[in-house]
Design a protein around this ligand. Structure first.
Ligand code: ZN
Length: 266
């Protein structure tokens, strides 16, 4: 199943997404992504590309993994980590497909980071890597872990650098039919800036695979249904300029596109 979240008359609504004749259409309204029975069919199916899309998630928290691809750890001059490196992005940083990332005036370098994101299916506490990973995954989507690289270095803590409003574009849809084995076998993650390919990685190259990540995270933090896990970015990160468009695609999942603009002066 594919689903989205959209704005209708000022309200956030979940939508069922179906492929018809090669295009994605929103065909019905869902009560929630956990209840897959449509509550109402749309009178007229709506092209996904014409909807006002919101991030298709409503997490209590967004848990992120830093430096989970060897090549990316090295490109920033960091050691390959021996344990997962975790940080949070606040839910207030979420932005939908097509939304504009606002570049804060206090930063002079804002980077894109294309990532596979996992929507958590159930409450998970102290996960054992031997347990069934697939039951932990409600679906997968695409995320941009937008980062104010200069503030990340300056602050030491990453909260501000990763947490500005609009710094977590997610979408356009959540795809629930991707098995955990497909993530382990390798989904291709690519990022294009104004159409130029900048990142090309495979989730087969994770330093820490999903079972290890879930075990490490939930040894400390209970994950709730709907929480979002950003799995790290491959090599090729770089700065964006106002006016740039960043498109991140994950094979079999979708393409997330957002433009960047300097924040308006107060
Ligand atoms: Zn990242």
């Amino acid at each position: 199943m594919k689903y989205c979240r959209m704005e209708v008359d000022g309200n956030a609504v979940w939508g069922l997404v179906e492929e018809r004749a090669g295009a994605l259409w929103i065909t019905a309204q869902l009560d929630s992504p956990w209840k897959t029975e449509p509550v109402a069919l749309l009178a007229e199916p709506l092209l996904l590309s014409q909807a006002r899309l919101l991030a298709p998630v409503a997490p209590t928290k967004i848990v992120c993994v830093g430096r989970n691809y060897r090549d990316h750890a090295k490109e920033l001059g960091n050691e390959v980590p021996t344990e997962p490196l975790l940080f949070f992005k606040p839910p207030s940083s979420l932005l939908g497909h097509g939304g504009v990332v606002r570049m804060p005036s206090v930063s002079s370098r804002v980077d894109f980071e294309g990532e596979l994101a996992i929507v958590i299916a159930r409450r998970i506490h102290k996960f054992c890597p031997e347990q069934d990973v697939h039951s932990c995954i409600h679906g997968v989507t695409v995320a941009n872990d937008v980062t104010a690289r200069d503030l990340q270095k300056k602050d030491g803590q990453w909260t501000r650098a990763k947490g500005f409003d609009t710094f977590c574009p997610v979408g356009p849809i959540v795809e629930t039919s991707i098995p955990a084995q497909a993530i382990a076998a390798g989904l291709v993650v690519e990022t294009r800036v104004n159409g130029d390919l900048r990142q090309h990685g495979s989730t087969a190259d994770f330093i820490f695979a999903l079972p290890e990540l879930l075990a490490y995270i939930t040894a400390a933090i209970t994950l709730e249904p709907g929480d979002l896990l950003l799995t790290g970015t491959p090599a090729g990160v770089g700065p964006v300029r106002p006016g740039d468009t960043v498109e991140i695609s994950v094979a079999g999942v979708g393409s997330l596109r957002n433009s960047f603009a300097a924040e308006a002066a107060h």
